[in-house]
Design a protein around this ligand. Structure first.
Ligand code: AMP
Ligand code: MG
Length: 496
């Protein structure tokens, strides 16, 4: 474990040169203070968590100081936002401070909220405490759930007022990620007719993330196919966990398939494919059930951006692999959630129409119709014992209990056709069906305490809880409950 000063930097992105970024020095916060920090994230970069308590830590990650190894820069990119191409985006309020190399690979260290950059447009370059706490908790919660994601090292608060829909508190967040290259990074160079830069960027990403492809003749096609696979898998994880991203613009799509840019995200309360978490998304473009489709649309935009190096026919063929990759990944995750083993003792005993997919679809349809809490249903189902009736707690989730009992008969038949014991299946299900998720009202309670009383204990409590979302933790039963009805499926503002 290292001190801040001993972190080893190797800034490859900086070496790519000028067309890719602008050098910008961070502008610090007034009277900064530590809000929260993640020990698990610190360990990823070999940083000793004891360092959190040093004033140098707060100074550094509020943008008030820099280390000798830092080469701060704002990356340039473009992107399709809500279906429309925006030719000029770029980091308006985030700086890549440097890249830390460790045994586990290379991590970008990005400081969010440290002032304006040449890409800020009309923005102030700042972040509000509320959205930093949300990104911090959700990044670490997603990691706890085993979903590919960027990570959050810490949030630092400041005394500067920030003008949004109301006056809010300022903060910075330090994000760790395998890469900050987005689909929109390639689009920017493609649409500015700089194929040399598209190639240079693709080569850099291939060298870093797909080194085995570096010598391949069709390396750009293989690279594109790899991004398709990773994106399909990431979105399958979102759908299985009930995670709604909220702003799936191509500038928020990571080239390494990590969940990226936490804005008005939400976890589903009641299962509802039409749920839209982003209040500004009036047409429901990024509704929960649309996410897999949008993944395809975004990958098509990336394909177009790479079209100087891959033929149209190859792009189409590569894209055709997206739907099966997604379907397969999603089906595998849902089988695990339902405790359905791949090997069945006697397949012939199951009617054709009772395929695992049909079983899963039927349950989701019932949940949709009955407004059943997605997370709670799967956790309670994890306690089901073969050849018994549904427990009262499980049955009570459905207004139409009879339809659920009929579904359960089929489920029971399917479970009996596999060789797993109840105990084995239940343990397997509880390892993938979380007891605790970051519901909006839980995050909101922690934010209000932080904003009003400068009390960050609730943030720490949630961090600890969500790092181990599958394990029952003493005294935390209230955190596993359904939200109060006023807090259900609240749409969130994009303004952060
Ligand atoms: P997002 O919706 O967070 O992905 O942001 C879209 C674009 O707006 C990105 O280029 C951001 O850097 C930029 N942006 C968002 N908020 C601000 C802000 N307060 N100041 C400057 N730029 C911002
Ligand atoms: Mg963004």
């Amino acid at each position: 474990m290292k001190t801040l000063e001993a972190l080893p930097f190797d800034n490859r992105f900086h070496r790519l040169g000028k067309p890719f970024y602008s050098e910008v020095q961070p502008q610090g916060l007034t009277a900064p203070f530590l809000v929260c920090a993640s020990e698990a994230a610190a360990r990823l970069i070999d940083l000793d968590p004891q360092e959190f308590r040093r004033p140098e830590f707060t100074a550094l990650f509020s943008g008030n100081a820099i280390l000798p190894g830092f080469q701060p820069l704002a990356m340039v990119y473009a992107g399709h936002q809500f279906g429309f191409y925006n030719p000029q985006l770029g980091d308006g309020r985030a700086l890549l401070l440097g890249e830390v190399t460790t045994k586990s690979g290379r991590w970008d260290l990005v400081l969010k909220g440290a002032g304006q950059t040449p890409y800020s447009r009309t923005g102030d370059g700042r972040c509000v405490l509320r959205s930093c706490i949300r990104e911090f908790l959700c990044s670490e919660a997603m990691a706890g759930l085993g979903i590919p994601t960027t990570r959050a090292l810490c949030v630092i608060g400041g005394e500067d007022p920030i003008f949004r829909e109301r006056i809010e508190k300022s903060a910075t967040l330090v994000r760790l990620a395998r890469s900050h290259v987005r689909f929109g990074s390639f689009e920017y160079f493609h649409y500015t007719e700089n194929d040399t830069a598209v190639k240079q960027l693709a080569d850099a990403v291939i060298a870093e993330h797909h080194p085995s492809l570096s010598e391949a003749k069709d390396k750009y096609l293989q690279f594109f196919s790899a991004v398709i696979k990773r994106t399909a898998s990431m979105i399958a994880h979102w759908q299985a966990a009930g995670f709604c991203h909220g702003v799936m613009n191509t500038d928020n799509m990571s080239i390494v398939g990590e969940t990226f840019d936490y804005g008005p995200f939400a976890f589903l309360d009641d299962y509802d494919p039409t749920y839209v978490c982003n209040r500004s998304d009036e047409k429901g473009r990024y509704a929960f059930g649309q996410q897999p489709e949008i993944g395809y649309t975004n990958l098509s935009a990336l394909g177009l951006a790479l079209s100087a190096f891959i033929t149209e026919a190859e792009i189409r063929e590569a894209l055709a692999a997206y739907a099966p990759a997604y379907t397969q990944a999603y089906a595998a995750l849902m089988r695990k959630k339902l405790g359905l083993a791949h090997t069945i003792k006697n397949e012939a005993s199951l009617p054709e129409q009772e395929s695992d997919q049909a079983l899963c679809d039927a349950l989701l349809a019932l949940m949709d119709f009955n407004g059943v809490d997605y997370t709670i249903l799967f956790r309670r189902l994890s306690d089901y014992e073969i050849d018994t009736k549904a427990s009262p707690a499980l049955r009570a989730l459905f207004l139409d209990g009879e339809s659920f009992e009929s579904w359960l008969v089929k489920y029971n038949r399917r479970l009996k056709a596999q060789a797993l014991s109840d105990a084995e299946r239940q343990a397997g299900m509880k390892a993938v069906n979380p007891l605790y998720i970051l519901r909006n009202h839980l995050a909101q309670a922690a934010i209000e305490k932080a904003e009003q009383e400068k009390d960050f204990s609730e943030v720490d409590k949630l961090l600890k809880l969500l790092t181990r979302p599958f394990d029952e933790q003493p005294g935390m039963a209230a955190y596993a409950e359904a939200p109060p009805s006023w807090a259900k499926s609240l749409p969130l503002s994009c303004s952060s």
